[in-house]
Design a protein around this ligand. Structure first.
Ligand code: PEP
Ligand code: MN
Length: 239
């Protein structure tokens, strides 16, 4: 098994100081990419919607200071045209997996795209969505939990997606345990299980002060918890 790529950072960029502070700490523990949402597709229109353009500016500042490449969600064709060249991996959120015009536009750029699975999308719909992006060139699939009948957890992590995608496609598959579980205490076991199942990467929401996070605070783990998870992953992989 190869070591999975680790993408970590807060759900949302909340201020310049917040993202830089967290990025510096995450750099120290050896993550591969910094995440942070600038354009936030919130279910409730009254929730914090992200800092928008300013959020991208602060993320780029964090990248400049730490050297960490960045992953962030873009939601519209206009945002793609404006920012595709500056973002290292463009995230397409669950809610936009079926936005075929947006997917077609992404195909015009050579940047890697992290395509999240729609909240109730079948594997077939998800794989076809990926093909809208220049026939799947540069697409990484991301399983982030699917909707279930049981509301005890936010979603349910479909860990079977890993062997399915591996057997039936050539796509890499990353796992987002944060939006699947919706609870911080589930992030470690779901991350380790995903590594054992053969995922290519993990994208995890981390905050240095989870209780103060403006977005998804219940699922945010601390930087220390991530450090411990990364240690356990290395142990699993035998180094
Ligand atoms: C996110 O990663 O911040 C996010 C909104 O994820 P999803 O599209 O999976 O809900
Ligand atoms: Mn989130």
């Amino acid at each position: 098994m190869k070591r999975p790529i680790i993408i970590a950072g807060p759900c949302a960029v909340e201020s310049e100081e917040q993202i830089i502070r967290i990025a510096i700490e995450l750099k120290k523990i050896g993550i591969d990419y910094l995440r942070g949402g600038a354009f936030k597709p919130r279910t409730n229109p009254n929730s914090f919607q992200g800092l928008g353009d300013l959020g991208i500016k602060y993320l780029l500042e964090a990248k400049k200071i730490t050297g960490l490449p960045i992953v962030t969600e873009l939601m519209t064709i206009e945002q793609v045209r404006k920012y595709a060249d500056e973002i290292d991996i463009i995230q397409i959120g669950s809610r936009n997996m079926y936005n075929y015009e947006l997917l077609k536009e992404l195909g015009k750029y050579s940047k890697p795209i992290l395509l999240k699975r729609g909240i109730s999308a079948t594997y077939n719909e998800w794989i076809n969505a990926a093909k809208y992006i220049n026939n799947g060139k540069n697409v990484i699939l991301c399983e982030r939990g699917i909707r279930s009948f049981d509301l005890s957890t936010r979603n349910v992590l479909d860990i079977q997606a890993i062997p399915y995608i591996k057997k039936n496609t050539n796509f890499d598959i990353f796992i987002d345990p944060s939006h699947a579980a919706g609870n911080d205490y589930m992030i470690e076991p779901m991350s380790l299980a995903s590594v054992i199942a053969g995922c290519d990467g993990l994208i995890i929401e981390v905050h240095d002060k989870p209780e103060e996070a403006l977005c998804d605070k219940e699922q945010a783990i601390t930087i220390n918890t991530l450090k411990s998870i990364m240690k356990k992953i290395n142990k699993l992989l035998g180094d």
